[in-house]
Design a protein around this ligand. Structure first.
Ligand SMILES: [Zn+2]
Length: 243
């Protein structure tokens, strides 16, 4: 059931997804791995949309150079764990949703425990090694994974539904070299996070047509969106044997 307050808070989207769709969001459990440039706006919009159970994992503390893009963390949070900074604000932003934030590194055993409990996993990461690990665990446990990656004014989005779509490993079999620190205009993760949450709402509610098997490529430098068809690789060591 939705309370009168929830019916009012979500009124504009209930007009599209219906009360049933809103209830699906309320019952859903979502994990955001990384609460930085991508994870901050992801978490804000998940909370705004009424995803009922939001889990956040991040091991870092807020630094001054994060603040051009990690909009859930403010100047007063410098030195504070991102998990704490994020959960405190999200609970005030929307007290209707439950937020659990854990300060820990995204190691395989921890990821496995969390991913087993949720319906959906959001990529808020900044490195390929961990992304490919999250992709692997999601495929093994049959959980959808909404990947985005950014660099400068460039971003990409891939929605992975195990057994149905190619996985991130089909697209990127080997982690590319990590560039640190990497340059980024703060709006780029914002744009990509909005696409990720849009896809999350669609996957959970069944409203709209999700971007399955399509790599969506954003180029803010020339302001273009493109898409590439991505096929499943039969010999993919991660998803090749999943039917
Ligand atoms: Zn694959």
């Amino acid at each position: 059931m939705l309370s009168p307050l929830e019916l009012e808070r979500y009124d504009r989207q209930i007009r599209l997804i219906g009360v049933e769709g809103q209830l699906k969001l309320k019952r859903s459990k979502v994990l955001v791995v990384g609460i930085g440039g991508l994870g901050s706006p992801i978490a804000l919009y998940l909370a705004a949309a009424g995803f009922g159970n939001i889990y956040l994992v991040d091991s870092e503390d807020v630094e001054l150079s994060n603040l051009n893009r990690q909009i859930l963390h403010w100047t007063e949070d410098i030195g504070r764990p991102k998990a704490l900074s994020a959960s405190w604000k999200l609970r005030r932003f929307n007290p209707e949703v439950s937020v659990e934030a854990i300060k820990c590194r995204a190691e395989e055993d921890i990821l496995r425990r969390f991913i087993a409990r949720v319906d959906l996993v959001m990529d808020g990461l900044d490195n390929w090694k961990t992304r490919l690990l999250v992709n692997k665990v999601c495929v093994e446990l049959g959980k959808p994974f909404i990947h985005a990656g950014i660099y400068g004014l460039y971003g990409q989005l891939l929605v992975v539904v195990p057994g149905k779509t190619p996985c991130l490993h089909c697209l990127i079999p080997k982690p590319p070299p990590e560039i640190r620190p990497f340059p980024v205009i703060g709006t780029t993760p914002g744009v990509m996070a909005m696409l990720q949450v849009t896809e999350a709402i669609k996957l959970i509610t069944g409203y709209g047509i999700p971007a399955l098997g399509r790599l969506i490529v954003y180029d803010g430098y020339s302001m273009t969106f493109n898409e590439l068809k991505v096929a499943r690789k039969g010999d993919c060591p991660v998803c090749g044997s999943i039917r």
